[in-house]
Design a protein around this ligand. Structure first.
Ligand code: TYD
Ligand code: MG
Length: 453
């Protein structure tokens, strides 16, 4: 019988210590140490007795059967995974509570008809899973569901069902008998994740784990979970809008530049293959304060509408507010507009909104943001058939952006008439390829003159 031992774990980063510490030497956070009971590892003599199983091979001699990736039957999901699930891989799907992780994986489980599946939930009963499945309305054969929270029982179920794919909802509710601390604690999460990884590697059955993330956006539980798994996917979006973005933060078998876009509907998630057409509202041509930015989300072009409202400040300190855009960057752009273009925005309230509830971090949206603010300020509309792709520097210079040709060709395809880019981007563009009118500017003033003069 293994002897129980206690350790102190930092709940932020998983740092382990024999005694309680006020400040974590690893991540520097204060008061994060919690005592957890861990069963002692089996006596050393036992391990020494085991036979060596692995043999080092020359890399040229290592062969692998062209193991087929398992398609999730969902183009957006497959794309993010890098073309489907790799046999024996362990994939972590993170996201805030209520964002739709369970829905995504259950829907995927129901759509995969050519594989045998086991969906384990530690959060919902079988009836609740069935209710959700009925809502999605795609009940197909060969998807087994069970409500279970102990890994040892889960592996017994796996032995009985023999699935080709295992889904576990969520790692924070699962416990192992090896560790005595409560579900969701650092040592539990670490141990359970390793058990699933061992299972996946030894059987070749891919495992999809759901994990919750905390308010600040990191996965609840230790960071080290991210080191164990093969891929970390994040499901994000604004809960008040239908949009959901699936992003790969880490992927051993694919690119992290790909994203998948979904829309939450009444009957589950719907794939959105062309987000721009969806995001660009049919707006009135006479509306000032709106400009379209040609951004890239990962490797995909996404055209978003930036809306601004500039009005005289009622109170002494003007208000600034940004939805879906970094506040500090907005303040910086306002300072640039003030200094370089001579607009007295200091006495104005500025409100900025990215339509559709998206968060844009691509710097290529700067020019669209600046033009939408200027448009609202002078109350002259920017044509909805114009779009912008450039970054703004502190000197008011319009800077080049990455993959400008991709943005231009997408703008062309979507039927825009004119795209504003940096003149430093011009040499990498073959103008003859595009029907769209390309306007190259070097300074923000030039863009302003071209639009409003
Ligand atoms: P859920 O998958 O339970 O979130 P998570 O597992 O990430 O915590 O999704 C919960 C939300 O999704 C809930 O607020 C209701 C909504 N929803 C729909 O809008 N349509 C649907 O078909 C389903 C199943 C859920
Ligand atoms: Mg859930």
């Amino acid at each position: 019988m293994a002897k129980a031992k206690t350790y102190y774990f930092c709940q932020e980063c998983g740092y382990q210590s024999a005694s309680w510490l006020g400040r974590c030497p690893e991540c520097g956070k204060f008061g994060t140490f919690v005592e957890e009971v861990v069963k002692a590892e089996p006596a050393k003599g036992k391990q020494q007795g085991s036979k060596l199983q692995s043999v080092p091979k020359l890399i040229q001699e290592v062969t692998y059967s062209e193991k087929r990736r398992i398609s999730t039957h969902c183009a957006e999901f497959d794309r993010v995974l890098g073309g489907g699930l790799v046999p024996g891989s362990l994939v972590l799907l993170g996201g805030e509570p209520g964002i739709g992780k369970s829905t995504l994986l259950l829907q995927t489980a129901l759509a995969i008809t050519d594989q045998r599946l086991l969906y384990v939930s530690g959060e919902e009963s079988e009836e609740q899973i069935k209710m959700r499945a009925d809502r999605i309305g795609e009940a197909r054969a060969e998807c087994f569901v069970v409500s279970e929270t102990v890994t040892q029982r889960i592996f017994e179920h796996v032995d009985a069902v023999r699935p080709d794919l295992l889904v576990v909802d969520s790692i924070q509710t699962i416990t192992t008998e090896e560790v005595d601390s409560p579900a969701g604690s650092v040592s539990q999460i670490r141990q359970c994740t390793s058990e699933f990884q061992h299972f996946a590697k030894s059987t070749g059955v891919p495992v999809l784990l759901i994990g919750h993330i905390t308010k600040d956006g990191s996965l609840a539980g230790p960071k080290l979970m991210e080191h164990i798994v093969d891929a970390v996917l994040q499901f994000e979006g604004d809960r008040n809008y239908g949009f959901r973005i699936l992003r790969a933060l880490k992927n051993r078998f694919g690119s992290t530049a790909e994203i998948g876009i979904f829309e939450m509907a009444g009957n589950g998630l719907r794939e959105v293959s062309n987000p721009s057409e969806f995001l660009l509202s049919q707006r009135d041509e006479t509306l000032s304060g709106a400009a379209v930015g040609a951004t890239l989300e990962g490797a995909r072009p996404m055209f978003v509408e930036v809306q601004s409202l500039v009005s005289s400040a009622v109170y002494g300190t003007p208000q600034r507010n940004a939805n879906g855009f970094d506040m500090r960057r907005l303040n910086m752009l306002l300072a640039v507009l003030e200094k370089r273009c001579g607009f007295k925005l200091g006495a104005k309230d500025v409100f900025l909104n990215i339509a559709g509830g998206l968060r844009v971090s691509d710097p290529a949206i700067d020019l669209a943001v600046a033009c939408s603010i200027l448009s609202s300020n002078v109350d002259i509309p920017v044509s909805p058939r114009y779009c912008f792709a450039a970054e703004l520097g502190l000197g008011g210079e319009v800077r080049p952006v990455s993959r400008v040709e991709q943005r231009i060709s997408e703008a062309d395809r979507l039927g825009f008439e004119r795209i504003f880019i940096s003149k430093y981007n011009l040499q990498s563009v073959d103008r003859s390829r595009f029907g769209i009118d390309i306007v190259a500017v070097g300074l923000i003033e030039e863009a302003f003159r071209a639009l409003f003069a």
